[in-house]
Design a protein around this ligand. Structure first.
Ligand SMILES: [Zn+2]
Length: 649
């Protein structure tokens, strides 16, 4: 990345050296000294060519008097490389915001200031990305200083990002906002509709990216919650992932429709949807493999596309690219007292090719305490649940249950039973092979494979994930999408509501201080879940009587007996107060959770979500070590070192 920034910087400088000229609209006096005539001129800054207007005026809002001055400025260079520095976070939004100050819109020879609300909204979302690389919020994006209110007639530099998709030309203007268009969406149309939906429901929705695909496309998520962007105490986190195989496109479209449906129905007051969103934080990632999708879409709908576009641009199958923790789980299962959960990623995994998409999902899993998930595939009509990897490596079709077999079956049935075609008893229909099993099957019993995402979720995190094959055609014709949505809609809702099964609660000490990474164990199930940062936990459990215990390093263990009635649809609240103990209590106490994460795990490096600072580049001088790693590039730029980039500690 460092090299790329350097190349970019030198490219910028070279470009400006080649083209020293005075601006049109300015009268030239000798060496380009100008008489200010305050006229609109064309924008000719290469980093701002995609703004939604064509004209600007010099001097700009920073009193920079010409194009050259701007191009040589640290402010301009910063917005040109921010995309790389922040690893794609908040872009192009941040760059467009920067452009609105460096090259503000000009109309009828008047400068129009950018809107303060756009700045404030972006700052709220993007400040953590700056914090992650130890960079101060740039002074020229000071929302009070350079931006103005709507009453003063500002322009929204980010309206374009929330605006119309390129080819929505034929929509009549009187369509209600609740109208869902059942079509295939290109990548940019998908991004546009997600952003549009989030802005229509801005009090309960937001969008963010978990990282980038190999070809640099943002992996966009739309989130629904009453406090978008934040985990709330005891509120369970849910996710849907679509289009992991780029040619299996139905899941992607279903999630785009689901986002619009959730937004509209919430606004209309649908009690089921309001209840769901008020009590759950929902993340929808419609396309995990946007590069593969593009290839498949070139083939076109209806052409089946059994292979083209399945893999990523790097030719990796994402559902084979996760670490194999299942083999280790089988080894541990035979050891008395060993737990089959939170298994660390073996170092050897990183020696192989790890897709950026896979890495993005792993970082995402680490940054949010997910409870339940489903990955939407296509080409069959069946719901599968872990393990996907056979417990005998040579058996390709072997029933291979997890310790949570009963719960996983319930989860799979929650999707299958609400689906009118899956619950149809005819063996002649699509997916008919699975009729005798009620439309669900253990993954390894169907066919075994290693490196899958569902096994990884279960064995490395607290999250339970199933895989849904949402239909027999991988890339159906557009006409079929409406029917497919109707067949899957109730299943999608039903499954999300399952996140409220079992028990949840808080583990704390007697003073009420939360204890994170405490283990919640269930007698008879060799799989623990752990508490999140605020001491809250969720344990999906089938109805019945369970003996639950909570334990943490340095505290004594507390046990409780819990009975969950069959019809109970809300998680039972079970809190634990732990007493500190002087000495290491007994051998039964497992090793602390911190051990589960390998300190050399590259996921911890360059992680915008990580809690700690970025590592220094190797061989840095003592002086460089005091400053953030990116400082040397900026400080070498010109006479005026952009000290404003440094945080005041
Ligand atoms: Zn698939």
């Amino acid at each position: 990345m460092v090299l790329r920034i350097l190349l970019l910087l030198s490219g910028l400088l070279r470009a400006t050296e080649l083209a020293p000229r005075c601006e049109p609209g300015q009268e030239t006096l000798g060496q380009c000294q100008t008489v200010q005539k305050a006229k609109c001129v064309d924008i000719s800054l290469s980093s701002c060519t995609d703004v939604a207007y064509t004209q600007t005026m010099y001097p700009n809002l920073l009193d920079q008097k010409s194009r050259q001055v701007i191009e040589y400025s640290s402010e301009y260079i910063l917005i040109s490389v921010l995309h790389n520095l922040l690893q794609g976070e908040c872009n192009p939004d941040l760059r467009l915001l920067g452009c609105s100050v460096l090259a503000p819109q000009c109309e009828k020879d008047k400068v129009i200031k950018p809107c303060r609300h756009a700045c404030e909204h972006l700052k709220k979302n993007c400040l953590p990305a700056f914090d992650a690389i130890d960079m101060a919020w740039p002074y020229f994006l000071d929302c009070d200083r350079f931006f103005s209110g709507e009453e003063e007639g500002c322009f929204d530099p980010l309206a374009k990002l929330r605006g119309e998709p390129e080819v929505e030309e034929d929509l009549p203007s009187d369509l209600p906002a609740t109208f869902i268009r059942f079509k295939h969406h290109s990548y940019s149309q998908m991004v546009s509709i997600l952003k549009k939906t989030a802005s229509r429901c801005s009090h309960i929705a937001t969008t963010y990216s978990i990282g980038r695909s190999f070809e640099g496309k943002d992996l966009f998520v739309i989130e629904f919650s009453t406090k978008p962007g934040h985990h709330e105490l005891l509120k369970p986190e849910f996710k849907y992932i679509g289009n992991m195989h780029g040619n299996e496109v139905v899941g992607k479209e279903l999630l785009i429709y689901l986002a619009q449906y959730l937004c509209s129905e919430y606004l209309l007051g649908n009690p089921r949807i309001q209840n769901l969103i008020n009590n759950t934080r929902i993340h929808l990632l419609p396309s995990l493999n946007p590069d593969g999708y593009e290839l498949a879409a070139e083939e076109g709908a209806g052409y089946n596309g059994w292979v083209i576009g399945r893999q990523t641009a790097q030719n990796l199958d994402l559902n084979r690219n996760f670490p194999d923790l299942t083999s280790e789980a089988y080894r541990r299962a035979g050891i008395r007292g060993a737990r089959v959960d939170h298994i660390p990623i073996p170092q050897s995994y990183w020696w192989g090719k790890v897709a950026p998409e896979t890495k993005a999902v792993m970082k995402w899993l680490r940054s949010i305490p997910f409870v339940l998930s489903a990955s939407l595939h296509g080409g069959e009509l069946v719901v599968t649940y872990p393990y996907d990897y056979s417990r005998h490596p040579l058996e390709e079709k072997m029933f291979s249950p997890t310790p949570d077999e009963k719960m996983f079956k319930m989860l799979a049935k929650a999707y299958a039973d609400a689906h009118p075609v899956i619950s149809d008893r005819s063996e002649l229909r699509c997916g008919g092979n699975f009729v005798k099993r009620g439309g669900i099957i253990n993954g390894a019993e169907w066919y075994s494979f290693t490196g899958g995402m569902a096994d990884f979720n279960y064995l490395h995190t607290n999250c339970f994930e199933i895989t849904v094959e949402v239909g027999c055609e991988k890339f159906p014709l557009e006409e079929e999408l409406f029917t497919i949505w109707h067949e899957n809609r109730d299943s999608l809702l039903n499954y999300m509501e399952m996140v409220h099964r079992g028990i949840k609660g808080i583990v704390s000490d007697k003073f009420g201080n939360p204890i994170k990474n405490a283990r919640i164990s269930v007698r008879g199930i060799q799989h623990d879940v752990t508490t999140a940062a605020d001491g809250d936990y969720w344990r999906l459990l089938p109805p019945g009587t369970h003996i639950i215990s909570a334990q943490a390093v340095g505290y004594s263990r507390v046990m409780k007996r819990v009975t969950l009635p069959t019809r109970m649809k809300r998680a039972g609240r079970v809190d634990f107060v732990l007493r500190p103990v002087e000495v290491w209590p007994n051998k039964l106490l497992r090793r602390p959770m911190e051990d589960a994460y390998d300190p050399y795990d590259p996921l911890e490096l360059f992680d915008p979500h990580a809690q700690h600072a970025q590592p220094e580049p190797r061989g840095g001088s003592a002086q460089a070590r005091e400053k953030p790693w990116w400082w040397s590039y900026f400080s070498s730029l010109d006479l005026h070192k952009p000290l404003w980039l440094l945080k005041k500690h």
